[in-house]
Design a protein around this ligand. Sequence first.
Ligand SMILES: O=C(N[C@@H](O)C(=O)O)c1ccccc1
Length: 323
Amino acid sequence: DKEHTGDFHIEEAVEWPGLDLKLGQVSGLALDLENNLVVFHRGDHVWDENSFDSKFVYQQRGLGPIEQNTILVLNPSTAKLLHSTGKSLFYLPHGLSIDKNGNYWVTDVALHQVFKLGADAKEPLLTLGVALQPGSDKNHFCQPTDVAVDPITGSVYVSDGYCNSRIIQFSPNGLYIMQWGEARPGQFRIPHSLALIPDFSQLCVADRENGRIQCFRLGTGEFVREIKHKSFGRELFAVSYAPGGLLFAVNGMPYPGEAEPAQGFVMNFSTGEIIDTFIPLRKRFEMPHDVVASEDKTVFVGDVHARTVWKFASTEKMEHRSV
Ligand SMILES: O=C(N[C@@H](O)C(=O)O)c1ccccc1
């Protein structure tokens, strides 16, 4: 039933993970320098309708920070736990990305902060934003969603956030440089995830409630183009780029009456065209929230409500395996 041309196709690796990953709500995924899968999850904390008041102030501070390790490094084939860190630091994890030096960059929507962590540092190397204080000036975020670091310049881009509608650029050591976007029509409605494409020097944003991807020129923030397809439905949650020119995305649960299920998309970055879509084989996505893809087109999807990580691989590889 694939209406897409070409022979590119990925399918769920149903044997994954094959063990209990003991995950809470999975909010962010990244691949580290050894291509291990890094998972950012919420342990025993959940983001629900009681988590914030009408001014976006976090209401469950009394719980204290998550005691479990919130950053897990998994072997991408066996799902075995290789390393874990990030305990007693976070309240509501959200975005995760890894820079070219292997540092973790994370956002916490309860703290309204962005952190740079060394792979095994207990204390953050850099902190942006003011703990628990939402705001929209140069020193405050409001539920920041993701971070992307330019591997060439070291510039840091933050998508801010559920209750702001902007992208902010910081210098490598955290000095405010500039920002773009606000909650005007045609701007962002929850800039929810970032994909930095060095080959094309662009930053693409999952503009969640607008159900689209918007791409901008690195460094200037100049609007380059929008990628939007009917099959995205109303919400587009995450976007990710794999070296070699492919863009990956996941959308939100269908609204009542919408035909399309929550699904993943594989697009040709240059044309924006969809070349494949993917969903789990036996179960369904519940709230696909982040997506990462490695050079060999292995794709991982983090699911907040299913509290798991789904794995997909290109079928030609699997065919060899089955032969
Ligand atoms: O979007 C929501 N959550 C996800 O994005 C997430 O990051 O968990 C949300 C919305 C309303 C209430 C509670 C949670």
